[in-house]
Write a protein that binds this ligand. Structure first.
Ligand code: G6P
Ligand code: MN
Length: 448
């Protein structure tokens, strides 16, 4: 099997490669092609992978290239993990929004819309090219905002593109551990959009264990989401929201904390990764230890302002080991390649799963995966408060897709103005002005 990684010079590629190294089964990935627009970053990551492969006799071969067509041809699987505009772009997405007193974050609110507007045209070009050069490949989209970008690509690739995120798995695992049940045996009733979903049940041997958690303030307050949202709010919701809902339920506090932070997350990661890529340029510098140290720092500081707002304290040891992101990708690839039936929470087209959406809307939902791809399982309808949020955010995503296709500024304004976390049309207009000023990648928004 040949795997191609778009954004192959990206910081998280060694996580994926580490998971591949542990797979020795029949039909595993034997060749990895890393494609990136930046040859220096490719070299740096290739050095980390070489360190990882040391002493592993059947390590997948690694090839780096800046030629897209060469990377795509013959690929069985394609991971799309690009970052249009780099971390500098992410920092600008955050800054412009925070200067307007609205949330500046990679995927949620104004920052996420700006990132989507920059990324969708690039993702669409890639999807078209994949459809032409590797029509049988399965595409796994990691690129954020993952739901929106997956939907953009699905218009050209149909169900051959599947979006992934590690946050629902992480949440499910934390709930299972808190309840003292084996995460592998638990089936999680989770649904929504990417970074906008709720766990409504956790079934083990046909029995829902979640009510036991919701009824016990001590248990409920003992894990990440319990501390983040507070036990009272979770009991009143009757569900456990994805951590990204903190930006909605505690928006004012989150915006203030982000404004007061010394650096935005994007700026912090930009500086951190600049340091890493510069360090491993020196051929004498050990690449893997430098990467691993940087990764650990990144994990430890994830959502630190939100946790500060809620007084959560340090992250749990078990959440720092990572393992979500690359394991979901590997499990998905295995299920498809070897027809090993498995159940995973993925971003796929709705079909008839949630009646509030049309068939082509990409949602995040438990799926049965096999050689024919990912099929959403039936779920209970969402309560109205959740329907309201997911419908509003899907309308925003559709406006982003329309603006990306038409280049219409008015449609871009609509995308910002319709978002529940942007409180005025005037603010939306200023955001479009501000973003087009700082992002060359938004120059296409030049029609009325
Ligand atoms: C979570 C999210 C991902 C995000 C990652 C890293 O796992 O689900 O979508 O890319 O965190 O976030 P960071 O702020 O470190 O880039
Ligand atoms: Mn995610």
């Amino acid at each position: 099997m040949k795997l191609t990684i778009l954004g192959g010079g990206g910081f998280r590629v060694p996580l994926v490669y580490g998971a591949l190294l542990a797979d020795h089964a029949e039909g595993r990935v034997t060749a990895v092609t890393l494609y990136d627009t930046d040859a220096d970053r490719l070299d740096a990551i290739a050095r980390v992978l070489a360190d990882q492969a040391e002493g592993v006799p059947d390590a997948p071969a690694v090839l780096g290239t800046t030629e897209l067509d060469e990377a795509l041809r013959g690929a069985d699987f394609i991971f799309s993990a690009i970052r249009v505009g780099g971390l500098e772009g992410r920092a600008a997405d955050e800054r412009v929004a925070l200067d307007e007193d609205v949330l500046g974050q990679e995927t949620v609110g104004a920052g996420g819309i700006a990132y989507g507007l920059r990324t969708v045209p690039v993702a669409v070009d890639l999807a078209r090219r994949i459809a032409r050069l590797a029509p049988h490949a399965w595409v796994i989209n990691f690129t954020n905002p993952a739901g929106l970008v997956t939907e953009a690509m699905s218009r050209h690739l149909g169900d051959r593109v599947i979006g992934i995120c590690d946050s629902p798995v992480g949440l499910g695992r934390r709930i299972a551990r808190t309840l003292g049940v084996d995460p592998e045996r638990a089936s999680i009733d989770y649904v929504g959009l990417n970074h906008l979903g709720w766990v409504r049940g956790l079934h083990v041997d046909g029995r829902d264990e979640l009510p036991r958690l919701l009824a016990d303030p001590h248990l409920l307050g003992s894990f990440e989401e319990g501390k983040l949202f507070g036990t009272d709010w979770l009991q009143s919701l009757g569900a456990i929201p994805n951590e990204y809902l903190h930006y909605y339920y505690f928006n004012r506090e989150a915006v203030r904390a982000y404004q007061e932070a010394e650096q935005t997350r994007g700026a912090y990661l930009r500086d951190q990764q600049e340091g890493f890529y510069a360090r491993v340029k020196d051929p004498a510098a050990p690449a893997f230890p430098a990467w691993d140290r940087t990764r650990a720092e990144r994990e430890a500081t994830y959502m630190s302002e939100n946790r500060e707002v809620a007084g959560v304290g340090e992250r749990d040891e078990s959440d720092l080991e990572s393992g979500g992101y690359e394991q979901v990708a590997l499990a998905l690839m295995r299920a498809v390649a070897r027809n090993e039936r498995t159940s995973l929470i993925l971003n796929v087209r709705n079909r008839t799963t949630l009646s509030v959406f049309d068939a082509d809307a990409v949602i995040e939902v438990p799926c049965l995966v096999d050689a024919n791809g990912a099929h959403p399982v039936g779920v209970d309808p969402l309560p109205y408060h959740a329907v309201g949020l997911v419908a509003a955010v899907k309308a925003v995503e559709r406006a982003v897709l329309d603006a990306a296709a038409s280049g219409s500024r008015a449609t871009a304004v609509q995308a910002f103005a319709l978002h529940p976390l942007v409180d005025s049309v005037s603010v939306a207009r200023r955001l479009v002005d501000g973003y087009t000023k700082v992002h060359p990648g938004l120059a296409y928004l030049n029609r009325p």
